[in-house]
Design a protein around this ligand. Structure first.
Ligand code: C5P
Length: 224
């Protein structure tokens, strides 16, 4: 008998980048292969959870037994998450959501003018999906929210500050250029007690460790 730490739990995960259209053939996006989010979805499923994965565009196969909802833009990701968040026990925001979308996106392909001026893009800020979910948690106590932070420096300092600012119990930090597209990663967990380093390993190993850490924290909460 193997104890499945997330048995009976519903887990909602975002993964991958988002894509923000400039016109029907062009757009801007964030760097994210989706590998870490997909590994977490797989690990949560292995741990007995019912897993929904809201995914931006990736080239990855759906993990076995996971329900996947495909989206392109941050707005679509936000809407899919908010439509599915009720009844979830855990929300893990792994997606690299574009902070801005193009305010003046064109319905038709923009034409390049010989010697002409390039188009001027204007941006509008996208809603913070993690913050929207965390706001629902403050009403019902659920879901338990886990955020990610990809930093390029000062991870320990920025990670702790970001956890506080986002108002979430657990934040996972990593150094962006050590992880993007790679099979390995190293992560730092920030919670109310401080931070813990999970040393460099393949993403599935780290995902399983993270799921086990989340499971332990849910068990502690239910004992309180
Ligand atoms: O503030 P920053 O973008 O660095 O925070 C990253 C965390 O917030 C990640 O968990 C990411 O999935 C989430 N996020 C989000 N919606 C946004 C921006 C970030 O859910 N619009």
């Amino acid at each position: 008998f193997q104890h499945k730490i997330l048995a009976g739990k519903r887990v909602l995960i975002t993964a991958g980048p988002t894509f923000e259209a400039i016109d029907p053939v062009r757009g801007i996006t964030n760097l994210s292969s989706g590998k870490m989010g997909y590994a977490i979805a797989r690990a949560a499923r292995e741990a007995g959870a019912e897993v929904t994965l809201v995914s931006g565009p990736t080239a990855l196969p759906t993990p076995h037994g996971v329900r996947r909802i495909d989206v392109l833009s941050a707005q679509q990701m936000h809407d899919a998450v908010m439509a599915g968040v009720e009844g979830q026990h855990v929300f893990i925001g792994v997606a690299a959501v574009a902070d801005w979308r193009v305010a003046n996106a064109s319905e038709q392909k923009l034409k390049k003018q010989e010697g002409g001026a390039p188009p001027q893009l204007e941006f509008v800020q996208n809603a913070d999906i993690l913050a929207s979910v965390a706001a629902t948690t403050s009403l019902s106590g659920w879901p338990y929210c886990v955020g990610f932070a990809a930093e390029s420096e000062n991870l320990v300092e920025y990670g702790a500050a970001k956890r506080e600012r986002k108002g979430i119990p657990l934040l996972v930090g990593n150094i962006g250029h050590h992880t993007f597209g790679q099979d390995q990663n190293s992560i730092v967990l920030f919670d109310e007690n401080g931070h813990t380093v999970l040393p460099r390993a393949d993403k599935l190993t780290l995902a399983r460790q993270l799921v086990s850490e989340i499971g332990k924290r849910l068990e502690q909460r239910s004992l309180l």
